[in-house]
Design a protein around this ligand. Structure first.
Ligand SMILES: Cc1ncc(COP(=O)(O)O)c(C=O)c1O
Length: 477
């Protein structure tokens, strides 16, 4: 009988059942874990051996150490009171999709290296595109992260605006520039650096009162740059910024970019899936005019990390930036996609499988219901905050991120910042919830991000109460 991946089949089956049982128990009992890990720096490292064992060990021993050493060092993103960063969560079908993808262990670099992995990715991303109401000319590719997706989009934009760079590099090319706002995720600046544009290669465009990009200021910045010999590469807009969920007026910005023939990228890594809710349509007005859009199903579509989708209207632009085929990867089929041509990575995991499982298991109605539930929970929390005199909320709250702070009369500046950090710390240390902070105009606010599939009203209420209770505890300190 063949071994199951180097393991006797009977042992694989038995361990597999035990491990799946472990996962089922873990998810069923997730409320009982402290959300934020309590280990000290180095504690996990010290509990691990200095070298790999000379002889093999049993799966029993591995599971024991996983429970004893690894799990205490885990911050539980699955916990329903995980409200930090963006509250992402996997889901049953997503986890099982990962399991099967790991079992198949295919590498979908060219079509024939696994036809199903390529074609399932194409079809699943067409489903997702249609779910989000985007037109059919958008073609999707799955990457590991939004950082990679944005890098790929900007590489394609650079190729289009500075085609001479492919042969000669950037040294003799005119300076290229990307336009974005201070609200944009740091991955935009990182991509500009990695693409050789330097710090001057990204221009921060002023924003309006709600922190959306000012289209007139954008037009002015581009026109002045062109006059002085700069080559505009791309405008990077955001729908649902990381810090406060600001939304750029993408429609008006598309006018500016179109008139000047500049690539328009939309970073909707977190909020993009909300386009599936008709009530959210105003936030997405004009995004269908973009050249590229990034959306992370691993953020708010219940798909385990990692799964970031890059949609482009012209996949030939991605191929122009990335296609380079060594002899051993030459292949004769016509009319097929080779996913290696859509990004920097050659090898690629079969990430579409878990997304396909998630979309089929929940269905479009089920997914919309979860998203709408999260938005409703955020609205409810926002109302409660608004009903408290000594608390403030950053407005608006367009999606499911609520930004708030304790603002008692007479407490301002650094004292108010320290107070809010102390409240957050008190809640986080209690293990009952996990919140994160942000800074707006130099002032500290707390981010309460709702998006975990397990989160119910009671978790939001308990955390809101814990924050208010922390006021007394911090005052007593
Ligand atoms: C709006 C936005 N864009 C991009 C990113 C980067 O995401 P990733 O970790 O997938 O690179 C984030 C992360 O939170 C984000 O909020």
């Amino acid at each position: 009988m063949p071994a199951s991946g180097g393991m006797p089949p009977g042992e694989f089956r038995e361990s597999g059942h035990r491990f799946i049982d472990w996962v089922a128990d873990y998810l069923a009992g997730i409320d009982d874990y402290p959300v934020l890990s309590r280990v000290q720096p180095g504690e996990v490292r010290d509990a691990l051996g200095r070298e790999a064992p000379q002889g093999g060990e049993t799966m029993e021993a591995l599971l024991r150490d996983f429970e004893a050493v690894v799990v205490p060092g885990i911050t539980h993103w699955n916990h329903p009171a995980f409200f930090a960063y963006f509250a992402i969560s996997g889901s049953g079908p997503g986890i099982l999709g990962e399991l099967l993808a790991a079992a198949l262990n295919v590498n979908a670099m060219v079509w024939k290296s696994s036809p199903a992995a390529t074609e399932l990715e194409e079809v699943t991303l067409d489903w997702l595109r249609s779910f989000l109401g985007l037109p059919p000319d958008f073609v999707g590719t799955i990457n590991d992260t939004a950082s990679t997706s944005t890098f790929s989009a900007l590489a394609a934009a650079r190729e289009r605006a500075l085609p001479e760079a492919r042969e000669r590099g950037l040294a003799r090319a005119p300076p290229g520039r990307v336009y974005t706002t201070a609200e944009a995720h740091s991955s935009v600046l990182k991509a500009a650096h990695a693409l050789g544009l330097g710090r001057e290669g990204a221009r921060v465009v002023p924003t309006g009162p709600l922190r959306g990009m000012d289209p007139a200021a954008l037009a002015d910045a581009i026109d002045r740059d062109v006059t002085s010999g700069v080559r505009p590469l791309a405008v990077v807009t955001t729908i649902g910024s990381t810090s406060i969920n600001a939304v750029d007026p993408v429609g008006a910005i598309a006018e500016v970019a179109d008139e000047r023939g500049i690539w328009l990228h939309v970073d909707a890594a977190y909020a993009g899936v909300a386009a599936a809710l008709s009530a959210m349509a105003p936030h997405f007005a004009g995004w269908e005019r973009a050249d590229s859009i990034v959306i992370n199903p691993h953020k708010w579509l219940f798909t385990p990390v990692d799964c970031s989708v890059l949609y482009v209207r012209d996949p030939a632009a991605l191929r122009a930036a990335f296609s380079l085929t060594p002899a051993y990867l030459e292949t004769g089929e016509q009319g097929v996609t080779h996913l290696m041509d859509h990004g920097l990575a050659l090898g690629r995991r079969f990430r579409a499988l878990k997304l396909w499982f998630v979309m089929r298991y929940f269905g479009q109605r089920g997914l919309r219901a979860h998203l709408a539930r999260h938005v409703a929970l955020a609205r409810r929390l926002a109302e409660r905050i608004d009903g408290e005199e000594e608390w403030e909320r950053w407005r608006p709250t367009p999606f499911s991120l609520v930004v708030l702070r304790h603002a008692p009369p007479g407490v301002r500046g650094a004292r108010r910042d320290a107070l809010n950090l102390a409240l957050m710390d008190q809640v986080n240390r209690s293990g009952t919830a996990f919140l994160a902070q942000t800074v707006i105009d130099g002032e500290t606010w707390l981010r309460f991000a709702i998006g975990n599939i397990h989160t119910r009203a009671e978790h939001v209420d308990a955390t809101w109460k814990a924050l208010r209770d922390a006021v007394r505890a911090v005052a007593a300190d």
